[in-house]
Design a protein around this ligand. Structure first.
Ligand SMILES: Cc1ncc(COP(=O)(O)O)c(C=O)c1O
Length: 273
């Protein structure tokens, strides 16, 4: 595995960052996960734009998009995989031990790993912890993901592959690494960004391509929606066949199946929509 670090490709063994990198000591960093199909990144322009928005959200300097593009190309050429997970990490860099940031400048790391196509349906649980839609990091894709680590581990203990959060006012929000959609009376709805969810790139494409609506939804909509699906970079559109104790037999249902089809067709037509 070859890693892009400090402007060039390195072997995994020699790619080293400071033990005082602010991303490590306090989670002061942002990231993107980008799907790569047959060596080509999908929706890279949208991912780079979100990386910049996230960096600005933390007060980090804007990342150099040309360098990140070069890094993605370099790691994909060094390690060709049929379906890849490109990981772009951009942190506050070497800094003091405390919360204040140093002067050293940011760290950029880009790596790719092989991944497998997800199943068409999966199970999710809800968790008792909340997303804070009024927090400083709402909608920012930071490396401070330990809350998601805890929630996902709980999902795995319950035989599920995702954990869904409500927000502080009891509305449906998102998963640890996915957005959530529900079908009600044949119409597709997803929580608005004001719910505190990450503005997912797959979510945005599904909104554009299907005419789905952004709607404030109570968390308990999961108990009565006709169909439920998740979206994310590596899940694309994935049906839920169980949420908590509720089975949704026949998932993917007709609306989800049509959405999966549209997403597959449109994303194959244009690699950078
Ligand atoms: C918290 C969270 N919500 C939603 C998503 C889905 O976003 P995207 O479709 O851009 O992968 C992610 C991404 O991985 C995420 O980390």
């Amino acid at each position: 595995m070859r890693i892009w670090l400090d402007g060039g490709l390195r072997d995994l063994e020699s790619a080293r960052i400071s033990v005082l990198d602010h991303g490590l000591t306090v989670g002061d960093g942002v990231f993107e996960t980008v799907k790569a199909v047959d060596g080509a990144p999908f929706a890279l322009t949208r991912h780079l734009d979100r990386l910049t928005r996230s960096a600005r959200g933390l007060g980090l300097p804007d990342p150099d998009h040309d360098e990140v593009r070069r890094a993605c190309t370099a790691v994909l050429e060094a390690d060709p995989v049929p379906l890849g997970r490109l990981r772009i990490t951009y942190t506050g860099g070497h800094g003091p031990l405390g919360v204040g940031r140093g002067e050293h400048g940011p760290t950029l790391v880009v790596a790719v790993g092989e991944t497998a196509r997800r199943p068409d349906s999966t199970a999710a649980i809800t968790v008792p912890w909340t997303r804070n839609e009024r927090g400083a990091l709402a909608g920012v894709k930071t490396t401070s993901y330990a809350e998601n680590v805890v929630a996902l581990a709980r999902a795995h203990r319950h035989g599920a592959s995702e954990a869904l959060f409500g927000n502080t006012v009891g509305q449906l929000c998102e998963g640890t690494g996915s957005n959530v959609f529900v079908v009600l009376d044949g119409e597709i709805h997803t929580p608005p960004v004001t719910s505190g969810c990450l503005p997912g790139i797959t979510r945005a494409l599904v909104l554009e391509w299907t005419g789905a609506r952004e709607t404030d939804l109570p968390l308990d909509v999961l108990g009565r929606a006709d169909e439920i699906f998740l979206t994310s970079t590596l899940r694309d559109v994935q049906a839920l066949h169980r949420t908590d104790d509720r089975e949704l037999p026949g998932a993917p249902g007709p609306v989800t199946a049509a959405t999966m089809r549209i997403f597959a067709e449109r994303s194959a037509e244009d690699l950078d929509p």
